[in-house]
Design a protein around this ligand. Structure first.
Ligand SMILES: [Zn+2]
Length: 301
């Protein structure tokens, strides 16, 4: 059954809630999230949180599954989310506008009072400020951008092409590898520490509980990542599929393989430089050094 409710994140009173356990809340401003009934009561007293609102809204926009909000995830999210800078906010807004444009040259629509989290803005006023500057930079059309309408200029579409793929300020790194027991320490003792050391957050699809169909989840998470690490040891088809999908999304891919399996690397991808490793220490060093040299250091940790 659907009822009107109070959103614990932004405090709007017109969100809808589906009364199941956990509750599924849909808010015009924050998007979709799940929350347990008991936590809901506790969190009504929390302060309004624009950054969390933006994080949930952008996940909803990327069609990721609704996050389960608990008082502890709330605290850890608050600690880990950083406020994007002005350019990052504008890039996020331009991407959201691009998704709402049928094709170049058409005027798009958005909701100025509820869509500001798409730009990671704190409120309507900040969204207006970001938009005015995009008009001044001639990325949005001066004449057609007003109220709830916008028009991306040709220069704006060029600008959109120049934004790196993946989440604009995502620190997530998608790791594609075999999930076998023999590869477990490569993940826990080499890849996780190397990625964290370089300032990013490693993500492996089996490490996150979810109920999505696995293929859809994988594609959403790859798109939300800054780059992908493909360790092809044990030659799993899924690893090649995920690396190919990332390349199609123009995400950088870092390739790795254990030395004894190098001869088995697929013919089509042998042209790419691989980190060839004999033990976890070499893999960790290789991954860390390649990230810093090829991608650059991340901002977290
Ligand atoms: Zn809300």
């Amino acid at each position: 059954m659907t009822n009107k409710t109070f959103c614990v994140v932004c405090k709007r009173d017109d969100a809808s809630v589906i009364d199941m356990q956990p509750h599924l809340v849909r808010c015009l401003q924050c998007g979709a999230y799940e929350i347990m009934a008991i936590e809901y009561l506790q969190m009504t007293n929390q302060e309004q949180d624009p950054l969390l609102s933006a994080w949930i809204r952008n996940r909803t926009e990327e069609q990721a599954s609704p996050p389960l909000l608990t008082s502890s995830t709330w605290i850890s999210l608050r600690a880990s989310l950083r406020i994007p800078n002005l350019r990052e906010k504008q890039a996020a807004l331009m991407k959201a506008f691009a998704r709402r444009s049928m094709f170049p040259g058409t005027v798009g629509r958005y909701n100025p009072v509820a869509d500001f989290p798409l730009a990671w803005a704190a409120n309507e006023g900040e969204l207006r400020f970001l938009k005015q500057d995009l008009i001044a930079r001639q990325l949005l059309d001066n004449e057609y951008t007003m109220g709830g309408s916008f028009l991306i200029t040709a220069k704006g579409w060029d600008y959109l092409d120049s934004i790196p793929a993946g989440g604009v300020f995502s620190d997530q790194v998608f790791v594609a590898m075999s999930f076998s027991d023999t590869m477990r320490t490569a993940w826990t003792s080499a890849i996780i520490p190397a990625v964290r050391q370089a300032g990013y957050t490693p993500y492996r699809v089996d490490a996150a509980p979810h109920i999505d169909r696995i293929d859809h989840k994988i594609m959403v998470e790859i798109k939300a990542s800054r780059f992908l690490i493909a360790d092809v040891t044990e030659q799993r088809a899924g690893v090649y599929f995920e690396a190919g999908y990332a390349l199609g999304q123009e995400l950088p891919v870092i390739w790795a393989v254990r030395e004894d399996d190098l001869k088995n690397v697929h013919f089509d991808t042998r042209q790419y430089a691989h980190i060839v490793w004999k033990n976890e220490r070499e893999l960790e060093k290789g991954i860390y050094e390649t990230i810093v040299a090829v991608i650059g250091r991340g901002k977290s940790h």
